[in-house]
Design a protein around this ligand. Structure first.
Ligand code: ADP
Ligand code: ZN
Ligand code: ZN
Length: 724
């Protein structure tokens, strides 16, 4: 018997090992020696014969599991994703496991349940032990981890009792799902009811539903009632969100509505907690699993529905390593499980809208705001003929004052943190450059520093220009810190809250600020796109985009789409309750077609027009794209590798795959140097997905063989969301 094993080594290759006494099967982890180190691997196949020299084969060191950790369907999803994203199988499958299980250690699964044995222990002078034991009796006869933690005891404290066999660990029994509402749902309007009823009628069949509902239209209520239906039928639900930390409200609302077991998987968990949650979910100890991108790989028995909130959000795409798209893999998971999936957004991705057009997704529109709220009004402020202070036009200042006098709240979005995007010398014009990147360093005031947002390089603020020694240095442009400072001057009697990555770094600080805003007292909120993310502030009546132009002329073909999403989402924070709201867009390009169509006809009209533009140039989602990246300490070798790759593409024997291919590059990435590395890219565009896939597979094979590719970091991004 020969074991085919994959390892997370970045190698697109299976390795052959000999078995030990234990009976192996596909899906089990093994500890093996690899080169001079030990690695954890996964058995992907068992063969009866081999072409290899048997004398050179090594036995595995240890079989780490008794049963496969990944349920079959997730294992297959991992294999599928590895192939689709041309990512080494070993790395892809390992990625599906919690980090703790990627280490070559057996028994690292956490004890979840214990039973107290029928014993009468004598403690003698071990008073502490005795007290602990008595405390445990309150949980008798069986208890689980969360019960244990609720009385303030750590599992490690149980060790002595386990050793004495006064306690044994037991496998928790999966508990049936029962709907347990803490709060009744709202009465749905006709549009909401249509989708909820349809989902109730068509559960247990794969179908992809796009819930395209304007901001404040009650998408969350639709999710909750769809969840309630599933729980009522004994099924579990997976709810994916872009970032839980940014929208603590959703989790709060979920817990207010349901008395069911809600499991939250987010980036704040320790590896230990993550493993624990993963295991609990796999054992059916949770009913609703809410999590970010990677939560899509959580084992969930009796999964009945997947929901993806804010499906357009960039956060669903992993931007490094295993560059998968969470939305797309979640759809695949739903298809494999034959269950419905619901994608919700007020600004759906063009990918999803194209799928609606092709008839692959069903679309459900929520055209108006729920309850007593009405749509916000737009006001475009032309900055050209306006006096302004702190990047805030006279007109906007007056509008702010009126709302403050009425006791309302105002939200101002500026998508640049720090004090100013750069520091400029007034004598020679030079700006403060990051030593490691082709980029300006951002000036920060609290604490004072120059900070590169691309590589995190930080240094103290120059006292004089490094070029000409002039002391005339001036902050250039506007960041949220600076706006905050100036708002305090303009509106001295109103509290200003700044919400960006700098003010929310500490755990709980965002939550505290959101709570404060929710109390409803008049205030000014200034912040980055974090403010645009799904928040529900009933008393915000004015939402302003301070600088719409910053992303109007992006060189990325997705620029207009991203801008439209940011504008509409920010605007959507205004007037979500009874008082109507206004959204202000400040721009020097008041007549710009993107702004015009958004303001006058709305996001869907914009999206249809943008889809037509993409069609003309064969861009995604109408064509398919892949991007090879290469980076090296010198520009020439990164370039040379991609040049060579480009030549391979021209090989006449590949003609049937490359007939309709468009190839651009190699060219420097938008930021040609980042963190000391020179970066080049080669962009491929193809109308036929299958042909592109075959070509890419061939090219990856060639790269694996190419000696230079071992020294140069290269990667392949399939369906890239960002160019460069
Ligand atoms: P979205 O997720 O679409 O942005 P929310 O779910 O946050 O919208 O809903 C906005 C507000 O409308 C919330 O206060 C919610 O309680 C309320 N709401 C939703 N559906 C209804 C309904 N059917 N009747 C009354 N109020 C509703
Ligand atoms: Zn100078
Ligand atoms: Zn840098």
């Amino acid at each position: 018997m020969y074991l085919q094993v994959v390892l997370a080594t970045g190698l697109r290759q299976e390795f052959t090992y000999l078995p030990t006494q234990a009976i192996p099967s596909v899906g089990l982890r093994v500890r093996v020696s690899f080169g001079r180190s030990e690695r954890v691997g996964l058995i992907v196949g068992i063969n009866q014969t081999t072409d290899l020299d048997i004398k050179k084969l090594k036995p595995i060191i240890e079989l780490l599991d008794d049963t496969p950790l990944l349920p079959k369907k997730l294992w297959q999803l991992g294999l599928w994703a590895a192939e689709y994203y041309q990512y080494p199988v070993g790395d892809a499958l390992m990625h599906l496991l919690p980090a703790k299980l990627r280490q070559a250690k057996p028994n690292d699964l956490i004890q979840l349940n214990w039973r107290i044995m029928d014993v009468d222990p004598k403690f003698g002078r071990a008073k502490k032990q005795q007290a602990l034991w008595q405390q445990l009796q309150t949980l008798a006869p069986e208890f689980n981890l969360s019960q244990l933690q609720s009385i303030g005891i750590k599992p490690s404290q149980l060790k002595p009792f386990m050793n004495q066999q006064w306690l044994t660990s037991i496998q928790p029994k999966p508990q049936a799902v029962l709907l347990n509402l803490a709060q009744e749902g709202l009465t749905l309007n006709a549009e909401q009811a249509a989708i909820v009823e349809h989902l109730a009628k068509t559960d247990k069949v794969f179908n992809c539903h796009l819930l395209n509902g304007v901001t404040g239209s009650g998408k969350t209520e639709v999710y909750f009632q769809a969840i309630a239906h599933q729980l009522n039928s004994g099924n579990r639900v997976l709810l994916l969100v872009p970032e839980i930390g940014l929208t603590p409200q959703l989790l709060e609302r979920l817990e207010q509505r349901f008395n069911n077991r809600v499991l939250a998987l987010h980036s704040g968990l320790t590896e230990h907690q993550r493993l624990n949650a993963w295991q609990q979910s796999g054992l059916g100890q949770a009913d609703i699993i809410i999590g970010t991108r990677s939560a899509l790989f959580t084992p969930i028995p009796h999964l009945g529905l997947i929901i993806i909130d804010e499906e357009h959000d960039q956060a669903y795409k992993q931007q490094e390593g295993f560059r998968y798209h969470g939305r797309d893999l979640a759809i695949k998971r739903a298809a494999d499980a034959n269950i419905p999936i619901l994608l919700g957004s007020a600004t759906p991705s063009l990918e999803s809208l194209a799928n609606v057009k092709r008839g692959r997704f069903s679309q459900w529109l929520l055209t108006s705001r729920a309850g007593q709220a009405s749509a916000q009004r737009y006001e475009v402020v032309d900055l050209r003929n306006q006096p302004q202070q702190a990047g805030i036009s006279q007109q906007l200042q007056e509008m702010i004052q009126i709302q403050l006098d009425l006791g309302h709240q105002i939200l101002l979005m500026l998508n640049r943190r720090g004090f100013a995007p750069s520091l400029q010398c007034q004598s020679c014009g030079q700006t403060a450059q990051c030593p490691a990147c082709d980029a300006n360093m951002t000036l920060h005031r609290r604490p004072p520093r120059l900070h590169c947002h691309h590589c995190e390089h930080q240094q103290s603020v120059y006292l004089h220009c490094p070029g000409c020694y002039s002391h005339q240095l001036k902050p250039l442009g506007q960041g949220t810190e600076r706006t905050e400072e100036q708002l305090n001057v303009l509106f001295p009697n109103t509290p200003v809250h700044r919400i960006d990555r700098d003010t929310t770094r500490n755990k709980g600080s965002l939550q505290a600020m959101l709570k404060e805003v929710q109390r409803g007292d008049p205030c000014l909120l200034v912040g980055t796109q974090m403010l645009a993310k799904g928040h529900h502030f009933p008393n915000v009546t004015l939402a302003a985009i301070l600088d719409a132009d910053a992303s109007l002329f992006s060189s990325d073909f997705r620029g207009p789409e991203k801008l439209a999403q940011l504008l509409v989402q920010t605007a959507g924070r205004a007037g979500r309750d009874k008082i109507p709201g206004t959204a202000v867009i400040q721009t020097y390009q008041a007549g710009h077609p993107t702004i015009n169509i958004l303001v006058n006809q709305g996001y869907n009209a914009f999206a249809q027009q943008e889809l037509a533009n993409r069609q003309q140039s064969g861009l995604p989602p109408l064509g398919h794209m892949a991007l090879f990246h290469a980076q090296a300490k010198d520009a020439a070798s990164a370039f040379a590798l991609l040049q060579w790759l480009g030549q391979q593409v021209q090989d006449p024997s590949l003609q049937n795959l490359t007939k309709s291919l468009l190839m651009f590059g190699p060219m420097p990435a938008f930021m040609a140097r980042r963190a000391h590395f020179y970066r080049a890219q080669l962009q491929l565009q193809h109308p036929n997905r299958k042909h592109l896939q075959q070509l890419l597979q061939h090219l990856c094979g060639l790269l694996d063989q190419h000696p230079a590719a071992r020294k140069i970091r290269w990667s392949l991004d399939i369906d890239p969301q960002e160019l460069g």
